[in-house]
Design a protein around this ligand. Structure first.
Ligand code: AMP
Length: 658
């Protein structure tokens, strides 16, 4: 397969669904399957033979394979088992989450245990990324390795790192990690002037610098955005993103082609799944009350989850939905749920999202009325109540022209297009969502880079030693807004090594914390007096070490080869069955044209080839044996063809006599 260096994919690695899109001069487009479906459910089933099924098949099998089907893996990315357990999230998941102790006592990584094997969230997410990459390779007819991947704006460093690790394990070169709200703004063409000039609606009078780009993308809800962009060079937009498992809102300022995220707020544990859970809880309670039954088995819980989601989606367009569950032994649970009832149930969740919006506005020192555009992203924004409440808060109708499931991937593709050279002069500025600092004496959090600082950015801090001749210094790096280290998230320990031995307090260690354009932390250190670079060993608190990622990448590559070999072996075995059966038929029809020796040789070859196909694990040897077998049967095949032709001639001749 040829590799086209300039193609960069845009990937939305979602909690519920993931998508891949690419961008050319005509604009961004989603890569779809044969049915026209762009979404790949972020579900995977791990078979006992080690095979992994990703997407719709895995989602469909979630009911039969509840403990070996993994979904919502994004919620676990870059997070520790202890914090997940403390948040009460693990009880909701049918698969088993364990603490993956990787040797060091202070590391806490959540792992997913399936059939005795423990896999990390990046390894599992890599399966989804591989599936998307394969879709891109198939459809574009070339190898595509480079990608832009989106993350919720509120993802901290460990979560971004985990996403990047997933990309590497999948064999991708992740050029950029961008925030989902920024991608959404890009999808609407907000601020990216001239990128798809021929597709754009005409500029309204007043010289708006920000225009919707609906023409370049497939329209989801059939609603065209109004063309009334704000006038003047600056535009402030709010992106409200309510997906399956995460929520975030971002306030962006766009000046010409420069995107600046003024503030972000959100909750990585709030989404459509919570609305489903409201229905599940209601049904479970009513079944308990009416029939004294508890729904406990993972399979029933999974079935109920699917039912609840269907009911919720139905209520986005209909005023009521009916539920029916056959509980066996003649017991039937039945009820009607109205949209009004459902909206009352989800109101606290919707209200929580609006609180986040108010906080994001306050952080940006803005009033709701100063927002020029509101963009809706995520499947859950199809709920009429959500749209209504967002409109009430901002005092304007939100943009809904693009399919809310596809907006982020389209935007990622726009960014991918910019990096791949479709447009070179566009610039994207983001901010870091949480302050970054270090633990200082007494357990306080010393902030080095403040929240909402533009990226890339850097801060330098001086350190020294406490003990004479000390050659190592440990630094605990924190992320968060609280004053005490224990209330912030520890990103990891950075150990500076190779400090020249000197009396205590004499070495001058200059440590530079650089947040790169992906929002990911890079640390470097130098001892000023000697000019020596101190080496740094990073032990991430909730993430994988560089060595672990490399090992997983190698293993995944090896598995991919093994998988291909296994696939080829199956194909060859099928070919053996087909070829040997055909040969037996030819022997019956034309075998009398062979001498005894020739016939015995072919019969022996059939037996040998079949035996080999049953036992051999070597696809290359089997392929060679098949070719040799074909050569041995050439004369028989010729005889059979001649016989068939002469029979046909006879038939024609006899019908001619009649
Ligand atoms: P996303 O993470 O953006 O793929 O959003 C997935 C979430 O959107 C899931 O919780 C879906 O149940 C939800 N969703 C999709 N379509 C609808 C709809 N028509 N009404 C309500 N929720 C929906």
């Amino acid at each position: 397969m040829s590799e086209q260096r300039d193609i960069v994919m845009g990937i939305d690695l979602g909690t519920t669904n993931s998508l891949v899109a690419v961008c050319d001069e005509a604009g961004p487009r989603i890569l779809r399957d044969a049915r026209g479906e762009g979404r790949v459910p972020s579900f995977m089933t791990l078979g006992s033979d080690g095979r992994v099924t990703v997407g719709w098949k895995a989602k469909e099998h979630a009911v039969e394979n509840p403990t070996s089907t993994v979904y919502s893996i994004k919620r676990l990315m870059g997070r520790g088992f202890d914090e997940l357990a403390a948040g009460g999230e693990l009880a909701q998941l049918p698969y088993k989450v364990v603490k993956r102790v990787a040797g060091e006592a202070d590391r806490d990584i959540a792992g997913i245990e399936i059939d005795g094997q423990v896999l990390t969230p990046p390894e599992l997410s890599a399966h989804i990324l591989r599936e998307l990459r394969e879709r891109a390779c198939r459809q574009l007819g070339c190898d595509v390795r480079r990608a832009v991947i989106t993350v919720p704006a509120y993802f901290d460093d460990a979560q971004r790192q985990a996403t990047r690790d997933a990309g590497r394990i999948a064999g991708l070169e992740v050029l950029r990690i961008i925030n989902e709200p920024t991608a959404a703004a890009l999808a609407y063409g907000l601020g990216v002037r001239g990128l798809f000039e021929h597709e754009r609606p005409p500029a309204p009078k007043g010289g708006a610098s920000v225009l919707p780009l609906a023409g370049a993308c497939s329209s989801g809800d059939g609603q065209k955005p109004e063309q009334s962009g704000p006038t003047g060079a600056e535009s402030i937009i709010a992106v409200y993103d309510l997906g399956g498992g995460t929520f975030d809102v971002s306030i962006l300022r766009i000046v010409e082609d420069v995107f600046e995220v003024l503030s972000t707020h959100g909750d990585t544990r709030l989404g459509g799944d919570d609305m489903d859970r409201e229905i599940i809880t209601l049904v479970q309670r009513e079944i308990r009350e009416q029939f004294g039954l508890e729904i406990e088995s993972p399979a029933t819980r999974q079935a109920l989850r699917t039912l609840a989601e269907n009911i919720k989606i139905h209520l986005s367009t209909e005023a009521k939905a009916s539920l029916e569950i056959d509980l066996g032994q003649g017991r039937l649970y039945r009820r009607t749920l109205t949209r009004e009832e459902f909206e009352a149930m989800i109101e606290p969740w919707v209200e929580r999202t609006l609180d986040s919006c108010r906080r994001a506005l306050a952080d940006a020192h803005l009033e709701p009325g100063s927002i020029d555009q509101v963009v809706l992203v995520g499947g859950s924004t199809r709920m009429p109540r959500v749209r209504q409440r967002v409109e009430e808060l901002f005092g304007r109708k939100p943009y809904t022209a693009l399919n809310p499931d596809e907006v982020v991937a389209l935007g990622a593709a726009v960014q991918a297009g910019i990096l791949g050279g479709v447009r070179r002069d566009a610039l994207l500025l983001d901010v870091i969502p949480l302050s970054l600092g270090i633990e200082t004496l007494g357990g306080a959090m010393g902030k080095l880079i403040l929240r909402n600082s533009r990226i890339p950015c850097q801060a330098t801090e001086r350190f020294s030693t406490f003990v004479d001749g000390q050659t190592n210094v440990k630094i605990n790096v924190l992320q968060g807004e609280r004053e005490l280290a224990k209330d912030c998230r520890s990103l990891g320990e950075f150990e500076l090594r190779g400090i020249p031995p000197m009396p205590a307090g004499i070495p001058k260690l200059l440590v530079t914390f650089l947040i790169d354009e992906n929002g990911i932390l890079n640390v470097s250190a130098r001892e000023e007096r000697s000019g020596r670079e101190a080496s740094i060993q990073i032990v991430p608190t909730h993430g994988l070490t560089a060595e672990e990622v490399e090992r997983m990448e190698r293993e995944a590559y090896a598995h991919a080869r093994e998988d291909m070999q296994a696939h080829r072996l199956i194909d060859l075995r099928n070919q053996v069955v087909f070829d040997t059966q055909k040969t037996e038929q030819m022997l019956e029809r034309a075998g009398d044209g062979l001498n005894n020796e020739e016939r015995a040789t072919i019969e022996g070859s059939i037996r040998e080839l079949r035996a080999m196909a049953e036992t051999s694990q070597d696809a290359d040897r089997l392929f060679e044996a098949l070719q040799a077998f074909d050569r041995k049967t050439v004369r028989l095949a010729e005889l059979a063809i001649t016989r068939t032709l002469s029979q046909a001639d006879d038939a024609n001749t006899s019908s001619g006599h009649r």
